[in-house]
Design a protein around this ligand. Structure first.
Ligand code: 5GP
Length: 105
């Protein structure tokens, strides 16, 4: 079954896609915890960080390069935060890794 993020990517669920390339897309978090709260998501469905494979190295690096570009484009290079949650042993809402990008600038 597709994750909710893949459904967004496939336009089965509405959400504004603010950035997209061949392997990554970015949406606004539906429940923002900061002035800017974006989710940087690989198109490949990887359930959690614990499931990363060596072949995902470049993809993961590219997610950080997208974050860097967003920070520049949004003019928040001075202060922003990036984080992954891993809830592997508990109930997890979205089993599809996503890098949280937040800024209150
Ligand atoms: P997690 O705790 O898994 O790292 O965070 C999941 C994030 O996805 C949460 O911040 C939540 O608000 C966001 N989210 C969950 N469902 C949707 C959705 O349908 N659309 C958008 N844009 N964000 C979602």
């Amino acid at each position: 079954m597709s994750s909710i993020f893949t459904k967004i990517l496939n336009k089965e669920i509405p959400s504004e896609i603010v950035y997209e390339d061949e392997e990554i897309f970015v949406i606004k978090d539906i429940n923002p915890k900061a002035k800017i709260h974006l989710l940087i998501i690989p198109k490949k469905e990887i359930p959690t960080i614990n499931d990363l494979q060596k072949e995902d190295k470049e993809l993961l690096a590219n997610m950080f390069f997208v974050a860097k570009k967003l920070a520049k484009d949004l003019n928040v290079e001075e202060w922003y935060q990036l984080h992954f949650n891993v809830w592997a042993k508990w109930w997890q809402e979205v089993m599809h890794i996503h890098l949280h990008f937040t800024s209150d600038l």
